[in-house]
Design a protein around this ligand. Structure first.
Ligand SMILES: C[C@](O)(CO)[C@H](O)COP(=O)(O)OP(=O)(O)OC[C@H]1O[C@@H](n2ccc(N)nc2=O)[C@H](O)[C@@H]1O
Ligand SMILES: Nc1ncnc2c1ncn2[C@@H]1O[C@H](COP(=O)(O)OP(=O)(O)OP(=O)(O)O)[C@@H](O)[C@H]1O
Length: 309
């Protein structure tokens, strides 16, 4: 059996509407996911037992120190899930090359899980009569994490429920982004818990989130300025409370000409929308010179989800 390599994108959340805390510890969301051109790559190769190696992708300065190489790695859990479903033994070596910031709010672990699901299905399933259809992979993905189904789907999509129920959005054209990474990640459960704490201290109820018509219209029109005005993230106050320095990063991006600025998902990566590719390159340079971020990265979206290469 030949090795199978899968390329999988990071995400930024264009709208992250967070509802009240549910009894199961999750929140109902209106989560507009957007896949961007920062990619991890996962290669699956037959081996005598499940093994994981993690390295920075060539040319990437991503800090891989905190990424587990045992069963704590979401890609390992994905491989075990596919093996279980196909009645196979999880005898696979997974080599993960990371360019997506770790614990950065860009769903890097979820991306690797999605890539591992696809790679292992390709390795072990019968191509003539596949036991795992794309919908089955989406369902397995939802068991691994709320962001995993979107990493399989890619593009731009609205996630409801925990974020795992996806509807593709209509998008025209390409949007150009700058991402400012931070040293040290933020824990997703801690950011949701801080969001609940801030809301409880404020008092009053928490409304169910609603999809932004202005955002969906901006996407359909390919209008970067209108999209910038419609970007929202209900987790941003919590991320800023836990990491106050992010306020200065967002302000610097706006001062240096970003059309729009927000924290990506649970943070601490900050995302800036530019008018075009040249604008993004210029903004990244200016942010580098300002020295407010650990690293700046440029990317465009939407891009496809997990893809065998
Ligand atoms: C912040 C986002 O990245 C935005 O896309 C996601 O909502 C988080 O997705 P994820 O990292 O795949 O999260 P999961 O692994 O499913 O859940 C981790 C933890 O995040 C919190 N969580 C996650 C999703 C959700 N809809 N409500 C939550 O409250 C819960 O505390 C949960 O225990
Ligand atoms: N393949 C993986 N890559 C990165 N982190 C992983 C992986 N598998 C497990 N983890 C663990 O998950 C934690 C969160 O990492 P991840 O990069 O997925 O965060 P994130 O991008 O903030 O996630 P999200 O945006 O989905 O909330 C890491 O600190 C690490 O302990």
């Amino acid at each position: 059996m030949n090795p199978v390599s899968v390329r999988v994108p990071a995400k930024v959340n264009l709208q992250l509407g967070v509802g009240p805390l549910r009894d199961d510890g999750y929140h109902d969301l209106v989560n507009v996911f957007h896949a961007v051109s920062l990619f991890d790559e996962v290669t699956a190769e037959p081996a005598d037992e499940l093994r994981i190696t993690v390295e920075a992708a060539p040319g990437s300065r991503v800090a891989i120190g905190g990424v587990p190489t045992g069963d704590g790695n979401l890609a390992a859990r994905a491989a075990r899930l596919v093996a279980e479903r196909l009645g196979a033994a999880p005898r696979v070596a997974l080599r993960i090359r990371k360019a997506i910031p770790v614990a950065g709010g860009m769903a890097g672990g979820s991306a690797d899980a999605a890539a591992a699901l696809l790679a292992c299905a390709r390795l072990w399933d019968d191509p003539a009569a596949p036991a795992l259809a794309p919908a089955d992979l989406l369902n397995l993905g939802a068991r691994l994490g709320s962001d995993v189904p979107f990493a399989l789907l890619g593009g731009t999509a609205v996630g409801t429920g925990r974020g795992e129920r996806l509807t593709a959005a209509t998008v025209h054209g390409t949007f150009h982004w700058v991402f400012a990474t931070a040293d040290g990640g933020l824990s997703t459960p801690a950011v949701y818990a801080e969001c609940d704490r801030i809301r409880a201290a404020r008092g009053g109820g928490v409304p169910e989130p609603r999809e932004s018509g202005a955002l969906m219209a901006a996407l359909a029109a390919g209008d970067a300025e209108a999209l910038s005005a419609a970007l929202t993230n209900d987790l941003q106050p919590a991320a800023l409370a836990l990491r106050p320095s992010l306020r200065g990063v967002l302000d610097a991006g706006r001062d240096l000409g970003a059309l729009g600025a927000l924290v990506s998902g649970s943070g601490p990566t900050c995302a800036f929308l530019a008018a075009d590719a040249a604008g993004a390159a210029g903004l990244a340079d200016a942010l580098d010179r300002a020295g407010v971020a650990a690293q700046t990265l440029t990317a465009h979206g939407p891009v496809p989800g997990a893809t065998v290469i």
